[in-house]
Ligand binder design. Sequence first.
Ligand code: RTP
Ligand code: MG
Length: 147
Amino acid sequence: MERTFMMVKPDGVQRGLIGRIISRLEDKGFKLIAGKFMQISEAQAKRHYAEHEGKAFFDELVGFITSGPVFAMVWEGDDIVTLSRTLMGKTKVTEALPGTIRGDFAAHTPFNLIHGSDSPESAAREIANFFEEKELLTYNKTIADWI
Ligand code: RTP
Ligand code: MG
């Protein structure tokens, strides 16, 4: 079972989309194992987006992600890193297809509502940046074995 880190960004919170975004992830059958509504610190934001350090939009990106509360989550599922990014849609809102979260709700890059890890390695690093091990819950969620 794979894990991923996902986050409703400040624009998603401001627009009242936390519930609808979580519903889409639940509808897909993913399993929520952690979640918290929080304000990200600047240091945490810089660690989270370390791969983009030095790029022209880095300061703007850190400013955006720390501009208000986010809803941070950890989800589990088979191939969840790839599947969740398919559900999210493309980074640029002009390329995000209808039916995806960004395609249906986002209209201005870089305000694309949701973050999802881009590899299992990124997921492990990002989860550790936002959650303590004890916050990741273990429980049974019944999913029919023919899915
Ligand atoms: P994310 O990390 O937030 O899930 O998004 P992503 O993988 O689809 O995109 P990534 O390339 O990692 O970029 C991270 C976030 O930076 C903002 N961005 N701004 N101004 C720009 O050219 C630009 N490019 C990217 C977006 O908010 C993007 O989600
Ligand atoms: Mg990314």
